[in-house]
Design a binder for this molecule. Sequence first.
Ligand code: IPE
Ligand code: IPE
Ligand code: MG
Length: 255
Amino acid sequence: MSAPKTYLNAVSAVPGATPVHVAVIMDGNGRWARARNFPVMAGHRAGAEAVRRCVRGAINHGVRYLTLYAFSSENWRRTPQEVGDLTTLLRFYLRHKVAELHREGVRLVVIGDVGRFESSLRDEISRAEKLTARNTRLTMVLALSYGARADITRAARLMAEAAIRGDLDITQANENDLARFLQTHQFPDPDLVVRTSGERRLSNFLLWESAYAELAFLDVLWPDFNEEHFAALMADFERRERRFGGRVEHRTVAP
Ligand code: IPE
Ligand code: IPE
Ligand code: MG
């Protein structure tokens, strides 16, 4: 007699699946640099190298969307020196590394309040987005000057404007009506949100979209992140049982 079968009767629980969308809070560049008596900028530069390893991991595991939190709306509070260094690094990355992403079949999309950046960086962003727009292997979403609360507030404002124009009955507005004004509406919600550096907080990242995301916190500083860490995250995700508020019944039935 063959072994009894176990099945899950919740529609949405898919154990053993690869996450479609992985979102990463890339934290720990400053501590990595400090531990080596390097300037903070060296940590950010090493962090940019870790991005390549993360993208490689995502492609190898068949992940379709990778959102990377590179600069938060609150990071403008850092010294002008650090903000300036970070924007210089971003400009360099976009100018010189996007060709490699393009060769790999990666589509780059930027979310966040990019209007706050100087025009030369905005130009690099547009150029990189246009160059890679038709790629389909992996969509890499770079969150720059991004804050979830700011994006939700903007969406509420746009929804109100639609109502004033008569395009929407505000008394009937539902979650989807708001969500379609979020900058992230073109992507599926993240299945897995990862934060490196040992901190266990979201720091204003994808607050709406992560409602049912699995969370993973790694005691690794972002510049040390590598493909083995990515593989371990995938293996850990596979073991998780997602319920989305439903009841997952493990029933044993006769074959
Ligand atoms: C993350 O590294 C990168 C950015 C926020 C831009 P940090 O610079 O926050 O590194 P720690 O947290 O100080 O170690
Ligand atoms: C979150 O890290 C933002 C990014 C990784 C880009 P922070 O280092 O800015 O977060 P807090 O200030 O420690 O919460
Ligand atoms: Mg930090």
